[in-house]
Design a protein around this ligand. Structure first.
Ligand SMILES: *[C@@H]1O[C@H](CO)[C@@H](O)[C@H](O)[C@H]1NC(C)=O
Ligand SMILES: *[C@@H]1O[C@H](CO)[C@@H](O)[C@H](O)[C@H]1NC(C)=O
Ligand SMILES: *[C@@H]1O[C@H](CO)[C@@H](O)[C@H](O)[C@H]1NC(C)=O
Ligand SMILES: *[C@@H]1O[C@H](CO)[C@@H](O)[C@H](O)[C@H]1NC(C)=O
Ligand SMILES: *[C@@H]1O[C@H](CO)[C@@H](O)[C@H](O)[C@H]1NC(C)=O
Ligand SMILES: *[C@@H]1O[C@H](CO)[C@@H](O)[C@H](O)[C@H]1NC(C)=O
Length: 650
């Protein structure tokens, strides 16, 4: 600096440098995360228990790359459900804006489920996912232009657009596929045509050229309208009469060039003054922007959040988890990946990084967190807060060192840690937590996702229910359905699966499955029709009826208590209660408080009736229920809309 402007007084230089640093640090441009168009493929995924994890892993992998380079491509899996993904931010977005735009893209693209492919064009970025290698494709039948039709422009604007497009194609072809141009409209005071051109970075120069040639030709068809966007297989191009381009620094990236054609340059203006003028201009724009944004909820939310003890700074959490280091990963749940973190004060936390975040819903999300965090009970995992307004949605929970129940009961070695007394305590604790959720006077919460991996164990192996309340926030989100299908089918009550009928009895059913798993040490894998025959529920039911139930008990239970017949009758009683909870007819399943009473008091139990999918007389699988997946696939919009006739008639 000083060498360049030796004539400028030192304090101005200091001022200027500090100001530039300030702008660099705080400059958040416009992520332009509005969706322009989303197109889904026509091919259904092949096996959702393979497809969903592959898709999620690809999104996560790309997410890492986007943070550092504004571009990402990844491949996960093999076979028919292999997942190829590509995402790219257009060259004028800062990396922070890029993360925001990508967060939006990956929130919206799962709408294509259960179709296995799709592409989404936003104004700031692009994302595509397929089950084949499309990385070098640059043209295709869905290439199209979208014209904005609000304002009709003059012929001379059209001429400027034409020139700006030509220059952009030239500039982009000779510099890594990205360029922006601005062309003043002759005969007007301040009017210009603004153009952005960007090829996906997987293309070579000649493919990029062909794509942009086609794109510029097709958006010329939008004239005389003020806006045109080309959505091509290998590139994105846009012209506008509005200055939509970000002039933010490009984080040292040397990719692309920006051609700014200044028509009238007043002669020898001191460079420093010009820089200052630009600075003032940017600052003004930022202020205008701020005022505009200030009127909406997001700004208010930021104020609320800053004053709230529930709010954690995104950067603080990033630090606590070692930037979401793989080594700190605790596991993957239905809604996101969980990491362990340590706060500066030494407190250990568990951070859930939600897959499907949507910053436009930050306000709702915060309200939801606020509400959930008010629900406190010894058998519920405590929600400490969230990072609601950062680039991603994070939930912060207390950390439980023993992690989840499934790690114990389905593991023959760790299973030894849990004798019958402990298991009984866990069953009762879970029931108490559920009673609290169902009957809490302020908010009634139906958990919907009770399963062994959602029961966490504290240092003394006491049960704490995780993830409650989340399903509520995501109830309109189809992604929840897809994760449910992927992971939790075996725990879902038949009336919820078939008709989306949601009552507390849905949790009672899942609780019953869990109880039977805890006793048998077997996992209920009800993800396929044939497996319903072998599901823990059906198997237990059969053995219970034929008086051979003891054969099913987890060997770890009998280890120490071989001779104790009291314990045997205790276990039998709990199995009996489990079967009452998994009865097909929800009306005769007990409530959670009734269940708790039966577990803790020695009262007479009614005889259980049959669990779902079994014909009472023949003891055989009800074969009108061909494939529950089939019914789900047929109606992708929502589980709740599946018609009665498409599922098992009763
Ligand atoms: C789906 O894939 C899983 C894992 O490979 C497999 O266990 C399951 O049988 C498959 N389901 C179907 C319906 O093909
Ligand atoms: C992302 O995927 C690429 C291959 O597609 C792989 O080489 C890389 O290790 C993955 N990165 C992460 C963080 O999973
Ligand atoms: C560029 O890529 C396309 C598509 O993959 C290919 O057909 C073409 O031969 C490549 N051109 C050059 C010069 O490498
Ligand atoms: C997206 O583009 C496709 C064709 O390219 C078109 O059929 C579809 O209507 C567009 N969708 C929207 C929402 O504009
Ligand atoms: C412009 O587009 C809007 C929706 O985008 C549509 O409602 C309107 O009819 C269109 N007007 C013209 C003149 O095409
Ligand atoms: C661009 O390419 C598409 C797909 O190949 C083609 O249908 C369209 O006519 C081309 N447009 C122009 C203007 O060349």
């Amino acid at each position: 600096m000083e060498k360049e402007f030796p004539f400028v007084p030192f304090r101005y230089v200091v001022f200027f440098v500090m100001w530039t640093l300030f702008l660099l640090q705080t400059a958040v441009g416009d992520p332009r995360s509005q969706t322009v168009n989303i197109t889904c493929g026509h091919q259904l995924e092949h096996n959702s228990s393979v497809f969903v994890p592959n898709f999620v892993a690809t999104m996560e992998n790309i997410s890492e790359q986007m943070r550092t380079s504004g571009f990402g491509a990844a491949v996960t899996g093999s076979g028919p459900d292999i997942n190829y993904g590509l995402a790219q931010c257009y060259g004028d977005l800062s990396l922070l804006d890029c993360v925001l735009c990508y967060a939006e893209a990956r929130t919206v693209l799962p709408k294509c489920f259960p179709y296995n492919g799709g592409r989404i064009y936003l104004d700031g970025c692009f994302m595509r996912s397929e089950n084949y290698d499309f990385f070098e494709e640059y043209t295709g039948p869905s290439d199209s232009a979208m014209c904005g039709n609000t304002t009709r422009k003059s012929l001379s604007f059209g001429e400027s657009v034409r020139q700006a497009l030509t220059r952009a194609v030239e500039a982009a072809t000779s510099s890594n596929g990205y360029a922006t141009t601005q062309m003043a409209v002759p005969g007007t005071v301040k009017e210009s045509a603004y153009v952005l051109a960007d090829c996906w970075r997987t293309l070579n120069a000649s493919s990029c050229r062909s794509c942009l040639d086609n794109a510029s030709a097709s958006i010329l068809g939008c004239l005389p309208w003020s806006e045109g966007r080309a959505l091509n297989t290998g590139c994105f191009m846009r012209y506008s009469d509005k200055d939509f381009l970000n002039r933010a620094p490009e984080n040292g990236s040397s990719r692309g060039t920006t051609v700014v054609i200044v028509v009238t340059v007043v002669s020898s203006v001191v460079v420093f003054v010009l820089a200052l003028a630009i600075g003032v201009y940017i600052l003004k724009r930022k202020n205008i922007e701020k005022k505009r944004r200030g009127s909406n909820d997001a700004e208010k939310l930021v104020h609320t959040l800053n004053d709230s003890s529930l709010n954690f700074k995104y950067s603080a959490i990033e630090k606590a988890t070692g930037a979401f280091n793989e080594a700190n990963k605790l596991g993957q749940g239905g809604f996101g990946t969980v990491y362990k973190g340590v706060l500066p004060d030494g407190r250990e936390i568990a951070v859930k990084r939600l897959f499907f975040n949507n910053r436009h819903r930050a306000a709702d999300f915060y309200n939801e967190v606020n509400m959930i965090s008010s629900v406190e009970h010894k058998n519920l995992v405590r929600l400490l807060g969230c990072s609601c307004s950062g680039p991603e949605s994070l939930l912060i929970y207390e950390y439980l060192p023993n992690r989840s129940l499934d790690r114990f009961i389905f593991d023959p070695i760790r299973g030894k840690t849990l004798n019958w007394e402990k298991r009984h305590e866990i069953i009762v604790g879970t029931a108490e937590g559920l009673v609290y959720l169902h009957e809490n006077s302020n908010i009634r919460i139906i958990h919907r996702d009770i399963k062994a991996s959602n029961i966490l164990l504290d240092s003394r192996l006491r049960a704490k229910i995780a993830d409650f309340g989340l399903a509520r926030s995501f109830q309109d989100d189809k992604s929840h359905i897809s994760t449910a299908i992927a992971g939790t089918l075996g725990y879902m009550a038949p009336e919820y699966l078939a008709h989306g009928q949601l009552t507390e009895k849905v949790d009672v059913y899942s609780f019953g499955v869990l109880v039977l798993e805890i006793v048998t040490g077997r996992q209920n894998n009800g993800s396929k029709t044939s497996e319903y025959m072998d599901s823990v529920v059906i198997t237990t039911w059969k053995h219970f009826r034929s008086g051979t139930i003891e054969e099913l008990y987890d060997p770890n239970l009998m280890l120490h208590n071989h001779h104790d017949s009291n314990i045997k009758s205790d276990i039998l009683r709990v199995v009996h209660i489990g079967l009452l909870c998994t009865q097909e007819l929800q009306s005769i399943r007990p409530t959670m408080s009734k269940t708790l009473e039966m577990l803790t008091k020695q009262e007479q139990l009614p005889a259980p009736t049959n669990p779902p999918f079994v014909d009472e007389r023949t003891m055989e699988l009800n074969d009108t229920c061909e494939d529950p997946f089939y019914a789900l696939r047929g109606v992708p919009s929502s589980i709740a809309t599946i018609s009665d006739s498409s599922f098992c008639p009763r």
